[in-house]
Design a binder for this molecule. Structure first.
Ligand code: F6P
Length: 354
């Protein structure tokens, strides 16, 4: 077994979230106790490819523990797509990094997997409000993003009821509907629309009409931004610099279509980037400590090629090669829970995992 690793690198990539600073603080703390140094790379893989790094001081993290964002900055730079893996390896050698810890979503983690495949020890930590990383049931940022969503939706409900009008809530979630699912469950929504399941606009309109004629003042529809409504997708603007289609705003198209079908007045609440902010929740802080502790342990032991995950509230280690196989859609088990509460119809199981 390799001697204790002394210089540990860390980066935060992809969409940021609340909880990153708590994670970084515990990581620093754990490493420092073993005499190791934590080197932060700027703006995700961009900083590794461009040689931008600095030694992280505890004093810079302390005041930020309960703040969202990431002091390291982030980006969607992917050195595999840009052909800059050789520069990444050069920087890691120049900075004398023994093990690199990458916190991000599947794109960020796929680079860590490749690095490990090439022989450099890299450790992954799931960090995404979408919570769609294979091998972990939760991720840094997810619990807080759910709570933020719930707070925003429950703030709107009394007004919807007062005005006797319906609402479409659009949650983030490009490929997976975990955020929309948990927000819908906690806000007693009436209809849930997910990227995992195709849906029938006419059936949703019928459901709204049915509830209104049964005396309900206001109907709540919660939809993921990646919801499968072709007409909504059509308004999506052109791709961004990283090849992603910005889907924010599909809720407006959905509401327009439903208003036309039902003759009802619908309002739209896009939860958007506010889901990445706010103070981390208790659950968030609890789990991010666990992610950090195990990542630090693995790094100190010089073990790479693994992602730290949490399954059934237990910390687990998952091979990074498994993680980089793709995303993690909402599981059949969860779809069934939502269906049993009448939130969605399970006629088509779509891409849901079994
Ligand atoms: O990374 C997760 C995510 O929150 C997605 O749900 C969303 O589509 C995307 O980020 C938006 O990212 P950007 O910051 O690039 O607009």
């Amino acid at each position: 077994m390799a001697a204790t690793a002394k210089r540990i690198g860390v980066l935060t990539g992809g969409g940021d979230s609340s909880g990153i600073h708590a994670f970084l603080w515990r990581l620093h703390q754990t490493l420092q106790e073993s005499g190791a140094t934590l080197i932060g790379f700027e703006r995700g893989w961009w900083g590794v490819a461009h040689g931008k790094w600095h030694e992280i001081q505890k004093s810079e993290l302390r005041p930020l523990i309960f703040q969202s964002g990431t002091i390291l900055g982030t980006s969607r730079t992917n050195p595999m797509k840009e052909g800059s893996m050789p520069q990444v390896l050069d920087t890691l050698a120049a900075a004398k990094i023994d093990v690199l810890i990458a916190a991000g979503g599947d794109d960020t983690l796929s680079v860590a997997a490749e690095l490990s495949r090439q022989g450099f020890p890299a450790i992954g930590v799931p960090q995404t409000i979408d919570n769609d990383v294979i091998g972990s049931e939760t991720s840094i940022g997810f619990p807080t993003a759910v709570q933020r969503g719930v707070d925003m939706v429950t703030s709107c409900i009394p007004s919807n009821w007062a005005h006797r009008r319906d609402m479409v809530v659009e949650a983030m979630g490009r490929e997976a509907g975990w955020l929309a699912l948990h927000i819908a469950l906690a806000t007693f929504a009436d209809v849930l629309l997910l990227p995992e399941l195709p849906f029938d606009l006419e059936a949703v309109a019928d459901e709204i009409r049915r509830r209104v004629s049964a005396g309900q003042h206001s109907v709540l529809v919660v939809a993921s931004e990646g919801v499968q409504v072709e007409s909504a997708r059509r308004i999506a603007r052109s791709v961004d610099a990283f090849g992603n289609v910005p889907l924010e705003g599909v809720g407006y198209t959905l509401a327009e279509l439903l208003a036309k079908e039902t003759g009802r007045e619908l309002r739209v609440q896009v939860l958007g980037y506010a889901q990445r902010g706010g103070p981390p929740t208790e659950r968030e802080l609890w789990q991010d400590n666990l992610f950090a502790q195990r990542a630090a342990q693995l790094a100190l032991e010089g073990r790479g090629g693994l992602m730290v995950g949490i399954q059934h509230d237990q910390v687990v280690e998952v091979p990074l090669q498994e993680v980089s196989k793709g995303g993690r859609p909402v599981t059949r088990e969860w779809l069934e829970k939502a269906a049993s509460l009448g939130l969605l119809k399970l006629a088509h199981a779509g891409r849901a995992a079994h």
